[in-house]
Design a protein around this ligand. Structure first.
Ligand code: ADP
Ligand code: MG
Length: 221
């Protein structure tokens, strides 16, 4: 597959927290189907950048053009935008009181999918992450790698355009990290999913990424 279509174009993105300028003018183009990694020292603004992409943080100025729509603009519909984006985190952020099945089904229920459609999709995802037989388990009964697989399934449930990963393998041992990277690679190749991942592990960069952005003090250098 040739990777040419622009999916996200970031122009002169700034983000301040009060007087603290955290993003100081970011320009980046991310193409459909790419796996891009963001590396850089702690505090350089990597997470803030990712959080701006799904509007967990409101940009202070600049543009984030996502499929032609500037989501940094005032009147953008946040819920519509968020449907296009899945996100996973270092500590998985699963619902501990819900089963694996219900964790994955949760965003689909929230979107008002029918029960039949939800069941079909959740089973498909359980097969993808190879945890069909654990569907009635609770997160506390799974290993870290299995929990991250569930988090990936939940993030992909409604077929987003982009998967954002914030240090998603940082809490995992090297072997488990490999298995998560293989899964990310697989969804990238099979579904053409665009992936943006923050990592501090060079092994991750070498294993899966098409492109690397190095951040330093609020800029891509
Ligand atoms: P990184 O992910 O590269 O470690 P972050 O984006 O988390 O960096 O943070 C960049 C800077 O922004 C840090 O100095 C951090 O303390 C600050 N920061 C992040 N989030 C907030 C917030 N909600 N309020 C105030 N400062 C924040
Ligand atoms: Mg961070």
């Amino acid at each position: 597959m040739s990777v040419t279509k622009e999916l996200i174009v970031v122009k002169d993105l700034h983000k301040n927290f009060g007087d603290l300028e955290v993003l100081k003018g970011i320009d980046q183009t991310i193409h459909q189907g790419e796996v891009v990694s963001i590396i850089g020292p702690s505090g350089s603004g990597k997470s803030t950048f990712l959080r701006c992409l799904n509007l967990l943080e409101k940009p202070s100025s600049g543009q984030i053009i996502f499929e032609g729509i500037d989501i940094a603009a005032e009147n953008v519909d946040i819920d519509t935008h968020r449907k296009k984006i899945g996100m996973i985190f270092q500590h998985f952020n699963l619902y501990n009181s819900r089963t694996i099945y219900d964790n994955i089904a949760f965003p689909l229920k929230h979107l008002g999918w029918s029960k039949d459609k939800i069941q079909k999709r959740v089973l498909e995802l359980l097969e993808l992450i190879d945890l069909v037989e654990r569907k009635d388990s609770y997160p506390s009964q799974l290993s870290g790698g299995q929990k991250q697989r569930v988090a990936i399934a939940r993030a992909l449930a409604n077929n987003p355009k982009v998967l954002l990963c914030d240090e998603a393998t940082s809490a995992l041992d090297p072997q488990t990290t490999q298995s998560i990277l293989q899964l990310i690679k697989k969804v990238n190749k099979e579904f053409g999913l665009t992936v943006i991942l923050i990592t501090h592990e060079m092994a991750v960069v070498k294993e899966v990424c098409d492109k690397v952005a190095v951040m330093e003090d609020g800029r891509v250098v």
